[in-house]
Design a protein around this ligand. Structure first.
Ligand SMILES: Cc1ncc(COP(=O)(O)O)c(C=O)c1O
Length: 660
């Protein structure tokens, strides 16, 4: 394994003193145990310090002299303050909150300085006069080691290395059932031995319990909370899909209102059914030219908050799959004024805390809850997510009951370890890796545009008209490419990229491709993609007409709570009759299931919603289309597509929603 480099930046305005400090500290680092590769470097001005912190991703800690002066040479030897320690500390923490910060003080000024910095994230103080370099080094080293510590992963590794005989689950018993099998040993070989010997049972006490953490899982969660800026963090091994459901079941009792983007992930809609929420759907903006759904207009949000001040929670996705970021602060403030909790689905944005280009995060904007698919954009295994809580009224007991309701009693320990390790990576090298990702995203944009055929869509191209003045930003790691000039349909292009160039993209609309850059994106992947697109562009195929997915009808009224409708037996009716015409019997009936065409993945019907002719025409259009669209929620009777609706008898027993 490559040894890390951990640079510690010392900021002192007196060149001679600085030199002596650096020399003494580096000598201590050399003579003492130094597993993290600590080296000291120095600058004399606050400006140089801020530049170094921006440019050098290997800086892990900073030692700031409490007063930084510049000698004013013209007109005498007076000294002017460059920047107070307080201001510098604030600027450093705003920029990279992960860094450890120490302040060098004079003994006689101790009280003054400590008082001024009391509420800032200063990790400790050293007396300038002491010159105890070995002592300072030991403290700085211990602090970095503490951040780099992975309590759960370390315990898992130690347990595996102890090689205990397993008299417990899982049945493969550390891989013993597979290793020598003439039939399945190749699986063992392919996956690697540690996949099996680290797949352990909840019977191992030293690995703690995900459902009642008191040991290494609790410790790892606490470290994640600190890293992500949350009061509490919980690890989830069933993805953000489960995280969203757990939070709604915690916040909302049956019949209580939830304000939500209709374009939310389907787990949010499932959460509505499970919690019994009364959903108030808010229509998101749409970019019709590219078939992309944007944020909900601020005006719509503020109006909904005003009109439904009895709502328990508001849930939004930020950033969205396409990279749209809300200007969350004013929205959160408006919701909080009415006592509405704010939940932000940050499934695609879990890295944001670790680079100022992506901040503020949802929690930094005041949100009460944020759910993040650590696996989607950091280094965790699939399904490994984090739920962050900042709700001052957090009801831990109810949350725990709901969490445990959704959590397997046999969680995958490798997944938990991957969350622990992802947190460590984000804290130790997130800034550096994200800086690289941003550079690659910029290069990729330039390269794609240089093909003259493909074009990266910028915020201005993507933003629907109705949200132009809403302070929306674009996450540059989500790259949407206009393919309409290349002469391929999007399906043909995806096929060509996959078969001829070994490239799998993230998603598409009828005239765009979406590419996702992560901390795992490398320059050679960028070059290969550029090469493929350039070759395709050079073919100069004549542009062809692209098939446009029909526009999804807007939300119609809800007659019953989704949960009530979903749990009715209902009846299934065909959508089209024998002559391929729309089944008129469906008009005015109430849906019992959620029907979601994919793409775009937005429900056209939710349980309890009244079915209109517009909706039926939209569904019939998709069913008749030659383009294959998945229609989740449609049930087939043989070859006949049907939908489940409430039977007349079902409706008799149900309570109608107010205004329905
Ligand atoms: C916005 C959003 N939220 C939640 C999820 C679910 O996340 P997970 O795959 O971690 O369950 C997804 C998945 O694509 C998503 O796009």
């Amino acid at each position: 394994m490559r040894k890390p480099v951990s640079r510690i930046l010392v900021i002192n305005d007196e060149g001679v003193v600085l030199k002596e400090l650096i020399k003494g500290l580096n000598a201590a680092a050399k003579s003492l145990d130094n597993p993290l590769g600590i080296v000291f470097t120095g600058v004399t001005t606050a400006r140089d310090a801020l530049r170094a912190i921006e440019e050098d991703g290997d800086i892990q800690s900073v030692i700031v002299d409490d007063t930084l002066y510049t000698l004013k040479t013209e007109g005498g030897n007076s000294r002017v303050l460059q920047m107070s320690a307080l201001e510098l500390v604030q600027r450093i923490t705003r920029f990279r909150p992960q860094l450890d910060i120490y302040v060098l003080i004079a003994q006689e000024q101790e009280d003054e300085v400590v008082d001024a910095l009391f509420t800032e994230s200063v990790d400790g103080y050293f007396y300038r006069e002491e010159r105890d370099y070995r002592g300072m080094y030991r403290i700085l080293n211990a602090q970095i080691q503490e951040r780099a510590h992975t309590p759960f992963y370390d315990a898992l590794k130690s347990y595996v290395l102890m090689a205990k005989d397993a008299w417990h689950t899982p049945g493969h018993s550390s891989g013993d059932s597979l290793r020598d099998s003439p039939w399945v040993s190749d699986f063992h070989e392919f996956m690697g031995e540690h996949v099996f010997d680290a797949d352990l049972s909840v019977s191992v006490p030293m690995l703690d319990s995900l459902m009642d953490p008191t040991g290494v899982i609790l410790e790892a969660q606490k470290m994640a909370a600190k890293a992500f800026g949350a009061r509490r963090t919980f690890f989830a091994t069933n993805g953000t899909s489960t995280g969203n459901k757990v939070i709604f079941q915690t916040l909302i009792a049956p019949g209580e209102k939830l304000l939500l983007d209709r374009n939310c992930h389907k787990s949010v809609h499932h959460g509505v059914v499970l919690s019994g929420a009364h959903p108030v759907y808010l229509d998101s903006s749409v970019n019709r030219k590219y078939g992309i759904f944007g944020p909900i207009p601020k005006k719509t949000l503020f109006k909904a908050i005003e009109e439904h001040s009895d709502a328990q929670a508001l849930v939004l996705t930020s950033c969205t799959y396409d990279g749209f970021r809300y200007d969350l602060k004013p929205i959160v403030e408006a919701a909080h004024e009415k006592g509405i909790k704010v939940v932000i689905d940050e499934a695609w944005y879990g890295f944001a805390r670790f680079h100022p280009a992506f901040r503020p995060t949802a929690l930094e904007s005041g949100a009460d809850y944020a759910t993040q698919s650590t696996h989607k954009i950091l280094s965790a295994f699939s399904q490994a997510s984090m739920l962050h809580v900042n709700d001052p009224e957090f009801n831990e007991h109810i949350f725990r009951e709901n969490f445990n309701m959704h959590t397997s009693t046999s969680p995958q320990y490798s997944m938990i370890a991957s969350l622990d390790v992802s947190r460590k990576q984000a804290v130790m090298e997130g800034y550096k890796l994200l800086s690289r990702t941003l550079r690659l995203a910029q290069e990729l944009r330039q390269q794609i545009n240089s093909t003259g055929v493909f074009r990266v869509l910028e915020l201005d191209d993507l933003l629907p008209e109705e949200v132009r003045h809403d302070g929306i930003l674009l996450d540059p790691t989500k790259v949407t490419v206009d393919i309409s000039e290349c002469g391929y349909t999007v399906e043909e292009l995806q096929h060509e990229l996959f078969e001829r160039y070994n490239i799998q993209v993230e998603k598409s609309t009828f005239n765009t491709l979406s590419l996702l850059l992560t901390i795992g994106t490398t320059r050679s992947k960028v070059s290969r993609l550029y090469d493929a697109l350039m070759r395709i562009a050079r073919e100069r195929r004549a542009p062809r007409r692209l098939y446009r997915t029909p526009e999804i009808p807007s939300v119609t009224s809800l007659k019953y709570l989704p949960r009530d409708a979903f749990y009715c037996g209902g009846q299934t009716l065909p959508i089209l009759d024998d002559q391929d015409r729309i089944n008129q019997r469906l008009g005015g009936r109430v849906a019992a299931d959620q029907i979601t065409p994919y793409p775009p993945g937005i429900p056209v019907l939710v349980p309890g919603q009244v079915i209109t002719m517009d909706i039926l025409q939209y569904l019939a259009g998709l069913l008749r289309s030659h383009k294959r669209v998945e229609l989740h929620g449609i049930v087939y009777d043989g070859y006949v597509p049907c939908m489940r609706v409430l039977a007349p008898g079902d409706e008799k027993g149900l309570k109608r929603l107010k205004g329905a």
